[in-house]
Ligand binder design. Structure first.
Ligand code: ZN
Length: 87
């Protein structure tokens, strides 16, 4: 696979990945397939079962919170958490 940043051929490996695409800077993925570009140091995780991964992250997060969360969709199509005082 080619690097989307510079077009260089990417190298496959296995390692840990700081999964900031999750929307949090506190999620690490351990021992997953990675593609790395040696030219520009871009690293891409090869995530399979993304739906399952996001479900697991969500379940773990809610378990830590121990409370129910309510989301509403704004007119612009973005989901937003309803704060307790709005309910
Ligand atoms: Zn690159």
């Amino acid at each position: 696979m080619k690097c989307y940043e510079c077009g260089n051929e990417m190298i496959e490996s296995v390692g840990d990945y700081h999964f900031t695409e999750s929307g949090s800077d506190k999620i690490q993925l351990k021992d997953i397939p990675l593609l790395t570009c040696e030219n520009c140091q871009t690293t891409e995780p090869l995530i399979c079962s993304a739906k399952n991964l996001f479900g697991s992250i969500s379940k773990a997060t809610l378990k830590l919170l121990e409370k129910n969360l309510t989301f509403v969709m704004n007119k612009d199509g973005f989901w937003r958490l309803v704060e307790d005082e709005e309910k």
